[in-house]
Ligand binder design. Sequence first.
Ligand code: SDX
Length: 426
Amino acid sequence: MKSTMTMTDNTTGKSYEFEIKDATRGPSVVDISSFYAQTGMFTFDNGYTSTASCVSDITFIDGAKGELRYRGKPIEELAKNHTYLETCYLLLNSKLPNKEELNAFDLELRHRSFLHEGLKNLFLTFPSGGHPMAALSAATATLSTFFYSHLNINDENEYQEMARRIVAKMPTIAAFAYRHSIGASFIQPDITKSFTENFLYMLRAYPNGHMHIDPEGERVIKPIEVEALDTIFTLHADHEQNASTSIVRGVASTGAHPYVAISSGISALWGRAHGGANESVIKQLEMIGSVDRVDEFIARAKDPKDEFRLMGFGHRVYKNFDPRAKILKGLQDKLKDELNLDSNLMQIANKIEEIALSDEYFISRKLYPNIDFYSGVILTALQIPKTMFTPIFVIGRTVGWITQWIEFKKDKTTKIARPRQLYLGK
Ligand code: SDX
């Protein structure tokens, strides 16, 4: 016996029946695919606050409980006990790798991390000082032209190879974009380094590839820095059907190349309401400047007439706390001495959180710190420039986007994404 929901149009007294489909976790759905055919009307859901766009078994979020799972594994366990590469393998293969699988995956990504010499020329066309996010989106779309002719868009083995390739190359694309933006020459990947250490190396090395040696003779890439950044990548790996992932699926639905779908996701992520918030948070903390001015900005955030919003606060799904923010806050406390975190910025952030979490405006709207509220202080301590905060988010999220792209392509029930509208024109 199918579960159904009956809807009655009180203007006509007519009733309509729709099937309810249960989830394995979280809310069930009412299948309204036949709504227009039955009623001659469209449903309307501004910003898709109550709309499920697809069937998925990749990532689960419970906004009320502050729960996040990748392939069923809690984010707390993955962030604490597994590397980002293990998490990538889990997302792509639905299971954590054994030692041999991880070594093979790691080695393949190291060898795939290089960029075609022709692609490097693209970065040179950007003005020095241009925001790296524009270069990431352009370079990723351009990458599709280097892997096009032989692409069999309907072959799953091909998908997995496309996925490993783009995950491997994104740190190099991001590092090249940054190096060009500061007028420095590109540093090629060093395949003797791990995924995350290699990224820091490509950002920081001198043009001859040598690393700066600090007075104690220490190499400037410290294990604690690699561990912190690796955790940040893990926390950003995937997040259900967020705005940029929905864009990736939308481009997948037209049959375009997977790398232009990822490029579209990068463009969508750049906005300050989404992944661009991490850069805006630090700029906002620096603008506030001292804990004495926090009250002034909290008042502005609450003022409906003021455009100002507290960046890094609020989330469409998390209405209790963002588990990723909690992990990052813990990481901040752990690193503050070892990485000499900016105590002033931390004090301002903690003061904002303290006031906001006891203020009716934020409580009534269930506004809590999200992942972007804390990531910036740690990235600043890792000597990552602000313009690279959202590219860091891209590096972490690329595996999620391509995993969602593969799931979309394998699902034979999917259709082209083509919503309708409420027309109020002439
Ligand atoms: C990410 O979706 C994901 O999963 C995204 C992400 C991922 O991993 O992919 O988690 C990553 O994008 C995190 C969010 C980063 N963005 C920010 O930190 C920007 C600041 N936050 C927002 O602009 C906002 O909270 C959103 C965009 C995150 C959520 O927007 P919603 O769900 O559409 O909520 P809304 O804009 O309708 O706000 C509801 C109310 C409004 O007040 P009223 O009109 O009811 O009086 O809350 C207010 C808003 O004005 N509000 C804020 C606020 N966020 C919401 N007021 C002040 N400061 C804020 N930050």
